[in-house]
Design a binder for this molecule. Structure first.
Ligand SMILES: *Cc1c(COP(=O)(O)O)cnc(C)c1O
Length: 396
């Protein structure tokens, strides 16, 4: 839980220029009010139900469970949400908040394009103007999502500074927000950035663990023994963990993208390889070079290649409350293929990192144990990359 200055232990805070202070303070004030406003809560719950398709299923993976021969495996199906991932939970909350604040324009950053598409969707629904910043390299890698955003009426701005990827898109969105706060809300896509963003995004995503808890009690009459989720910035993971943090019997396991391995330079595993630093308005752990510069990161999954991690995760790690383990490209691809073949579910390659870790642990656990793995999104978008990884010659 963040203190009133937005700190989770030594992590978090508001490391921002004076010019951004007004925007951040205005947002904090509005959120403090609306999070307790019965109308806001009712409208958001209605959006979750009628737009996002919530509650998402808690699916018993019977074939996987029998094949692996250990713990009973449930999959939390965020892949069945509108727009195909957990991102919509946060976007609907922030878009509603922005509307209540009288804002008419949304801006957002995006890496692979999932958060950009979700924000563009909400903007279309709410009748708001929308601009999405996306690294130029990513606009080329994810051309379909660029097309979708434009189709939805959003302006996509390719960012050419730095490595022209996600971290540069975040920097550019903050710069734009500084210049235009009167009518604009920055709809940040993960549990990162300056306070109050890590708390706001966490609260909107915590619907995942709220549902897991009640669905689990209904199906099994008890809490799960462990919950697994993949970690980029960390929003689907903190959403999956949140309502279990005070239940010490529930193990919380975050799965980071190790890329080609944590002993190579081609990795995005922040907890395994990162150091304390300050970037994008927060104190947290970041992948850095020997001079403290943010290091380029790599993963087969575009949604996990952010060089930092949300401050609440850094704190859960420091406290030993959650465990963070690296999963390589190869292991994630194996889980992607296995889940497709076994359950008929094609998971996002991001989610496949969590599935791999859950599978490996389930094998070693006794049959009376129960685990939940969050499937943060669907994998249609990843078929071409996985085929390429396997050296298959298909034109997609
Ligand atoms: C964006 C994304 C992620 C990573 O973001 P988090 O904030 O770490 O959840 C994971 N899975 C999917 C499907 C995504 O689209």
């Amino acid at each position: 839980m963040a203190d009133e200055r937005g700190r989770f232990g030594v992590f978090g805070g508001q490391y921002i220029p004076e010019t951004l202070m007004n925007a951040v303070n205005e947002l904090e004030e509005a959120y403090t009010h609306f999070r307790k406003d019965p109308d806001f809560i009712r409208e958001l719950e209605q959006l979750y139900r009628e737009v996002a398709n919530r509650p998402s299923r808690l699916y018993y993976a019977k074939k996987m469970t029998e094949d692996l021969g250990g713990a009973k495996i449930y999959l939390k199906r965020e892949d069945l949400n509108f727009t195909g991932a957990h991102k919509i939970n946060n976007v609907l909350g922030q878009a509603l908040l922005a509307k209540k604040m009288g804002k008419t324009r949304l801006i957002a950053e995006t890496g692979a394009g999932q958060h950009g598409v979700a924000t563009a969707t909400a903007a279309a629904m709410f009748g708001m103007e929308c601009v999405v910043f996306m690294g130029k390299v990513d606009t080329e890698r994810q051309a379909l999502n660029v097309y979708k955003m434009r189709l939805l009426g959003t302006k996509v701005v390719p960012v050419t500074s730095g490595t022209a990827t996600l971290k540069d898109a975040v920097s550019e969105a903050f710069r734009e927000w500084t210049n235009r706060i009167a009518d604009t809300h920055y709809c940040l896509g993960s549990v990162m950035g300056p306070h109050p963003f890590p708390t706001i995004v966490r609260d909107f995503q915590s619907v995942i663990s709220r549902e897991i808890k009640s669905q689990m009690l209904e199906k099994e009459g008890r809490l799960p023994d462990a919950v697994y989720a993949c970690v980029g910035g960390g929003s689907n993971a903190i959403g999956s963990f949140y309502h279990f943090i005070d239940d010490p019997s529930v193990q919380l396991i975050g799965c980071e993208a190790a890329g080609r391995g944590v002993d190579t330079f081609e990795t995005a595993a922040t907890i395994s390889t990162g150091k304390l630093g300050i970037f994008h308005g927060m104190k947290s752990l970041f992948c850095q070079n020997e001079y403290g510069q943010i290091a380029p990161v790599y993963s087969i999954s575009a949604g996990l290649d952010y060089p930092g991690i949300g401050p609440e995760h850094a704190n859960l790690h420091a406290l030993g409350r959650a465990r963070y383990i690296p999963v390589t490209d190869e292991q994630a691809v194996q889980a992607f293929e296995y889940t497709s073949r076994m359950e008929g579910i094609i998971p996002a390659i991001e989610s496949s990192h969590a599935i791999y870790a859950g599978m490996e642990d389930a094998k070693k656990m006794s049959r009376d144990k129960v685990i939940v793995i969050t499937v943060s999104g669907r994998g249609d978008k990843d078929c071409a990359a996985v085929a390429r990884y396997r050296g298959e010659d298909i034109s997609l």
